[in-house]
Design a protein around this ligand. Sequence first.
Ligand code: G3H
Ligand code: 13P
Ligand code: ZN
Length: 333
Amino acid sequence: MVSYKELGLVNTREMFAKAIDGGYAIPAFNFNNMEQLQAIIMAAAETKSPVILQVSKGARAYANQTLLRYMAQGAVEYAKELGWEKPQICLHLDHGDSFETCKSCVDFGFSSVMIDGSSLPYDENVALTKKVVEYAHKYDVTVEAELGVLAGVEDEVSAEESHYTKPEEVIDFVSKTGCDSLAISIGTSHGAYKFKPEQCTVDPATGRLVPPPLAFDVLAEVEKKLPGFPIVLHGSSSVPQDEVDTINSHGGKLQAAVGIPEEQLRKAAKSAVCKINIDSDSRLAMTAAVRRVFDEKPAEFDPRKYLGPARDNMKKLYIHKIVNVLGSDGKAE
Ligand code: G3H
Ligand code: 13P
Ligand code: ZN
């Protein structure tokens, strides 16, 4: 058993309380490898933003859970080396799918876990979430739960359609489970293809697809039922079109990729939404930079020559999100 406190990590309780009071959101960036982690830490340290390092079940399988834990511990020390005296870094399990996975993360030094019972019948979601909360809270690890189903693929949970969170269920769910934050469904979804072209309109000036707005009425209803309670938005990548263009102009094939417009996320960040999950945008930034090097310098084969630019591009993206979208810069001085 390793406590996250020994690793210099923090749970989400205090950062969420401050974010709700301050009208901003904490970035939750997924990572799978060293370059992503370096870019996240450089961006957070430079902007003095609290940050959540998210690890999915797939990332744990890909990178090895022991290595990931030491990487997170290393991230805290690296942040200090970069001049961030009191780093506010949380290590979070993204989309935990069972009690056993969540327990193993708590035991392995995670400071926060998500139990995603959103695809289960309501009572089963309550029972599973409650069990995880009871275990995690013994170690002061915070727990994110989910009500409502996002469209697209949620790790191994797939749903054809999004089912918005039912505001009438949230008080009962939160009080029965004791969860610390709640992910809700208001029209976001995972991946780089969040809407079908037929769901969008076309901007006549640019020819780009314009997605339908998020269900802010559902968010407002949830906030009214749970004043001051931390709300989480998954599937919040914006799918930057310049990155998509770079990928496509260097041999990629991403057709009709579309995300959540940043102005909608800015609006959400000012509400009770205090954690915004971003993974796909980082994947796009990395892929765009790597493709550019491969295309422009076909003789290059030193990984540092393409992973270095990928890291720079991700760092730029993370800083942009922190400063221009979430507003979390300067909140962890
Ligand atoms: O919600 C899903 C995250 O983007 C993680 O994706 O399961 O492919 O690591 P992954
Ligand atoms: P995106 O695919 O929109 O980046 O969402 C990531 C996410 O929700 C991770 O849990
Ligand atoms: Zn998610």
